[in-house]
Design a protein around this ligand. Sequence first.
Ligand code: 5GP
Ligand code: MN
Length: 338
Amino acid sequence: MTTADILDIKSLLSSPKNIVIIPHKNPDGDAIGSTLGLYHYLKHYKHNALVIAPNDYPDFLKWMPGESSILKFESQRSESEKHLKNADLIFTLDFNALHRIGDMETSVEESEALKIMIDHHQQPDDYAKYVYSDVNMSSTCEMVYNFIEMLNDTKVIDASIATCLYVGIMTDTGSFRFPATTSRTHQVIGHLIDKGANNSEIHNSIYDTNSYGRLQLLGRALQNLKVIPELQTAYISLSQEELDTFNFKKGDTEGFVNYALSLKGIILAAIFIESKQDQIIKISLRSKGEFSVNEFSRNHFNGGGHTNAAGGRSDSSLSETIDEFISILPKYKSELAL
Ligand code: 5GP
Ligand code: MN
């Protein structure tokens, strides 16, 4: 994003506009945190701002300031389409390609609104007039903070903005431990705490609100953990039947893949989760060091993401998908073998 871009955006925002802010489908803490953080910022200047999420998200995000104002395209389609049609500006946050918003793609494509992308995923598509893309950033929330700073406006950051941005930085950095966490990330976090983000309460609200069923499901996931030591790989699978047994709710499997990655000596971890509703196997991939799960997922599982965290999908059955995964691994022997 150039200085000229910032000047343009400043002038666009100098009078109240109809603004829609969109996170990716199956939004996570960074997607909801960044869109709500920007929402509160724009509301401060009396813009008619609204977050429209492609679909629902986990309960552990449903306490965030402004959360109840979010429209869900999947269940509130006609109202959402009306807002998209009337929008002067559309911000797309925490995703790099319009297919990441699922059924919402066409309505956004067809909207004449000026589009602004803020995102940290690799290989951004070229659909927005203004693009702030930086794959080295910890989170889109840190980028929204930078965006407000570029607008010379960190003084208006209040407790609501600070809380929302804190959530996304915390969740996308695995609580400040992934390699993209820099001293600057900590400085931003420090500033957000000064502005009223209650760090301890936020951690509790996100991480300490497990249901009994979720913990039991984690138990099953850990029982299902398989290790291929010679290729430094570990993976977990969960069938629809297992999800049903433990009363699965959206978001319950968040973070499970990290247990596979936490095994000593493992550099590639995966979780395969069956979805009867979507008729797919949803795959989450994590890695340590140089091994790019972004490339791996792009090449084999129709997905993408970051070097060390990516996702994808398969239309085959659960067991076929796992067999396919295992059969692909030897191709990466030079990177994975001990
Ligand atoms: P997760 O495994 O937690 O769903 O996603 C890990 C990272 O990969 C996130 O940054 C997420 O946005 C990205 N990601 C997940 N699924 C997909 C996908 O199907 N396509 C692409 N391009 N990125 C994905
Ligand atoms: Mn993110």
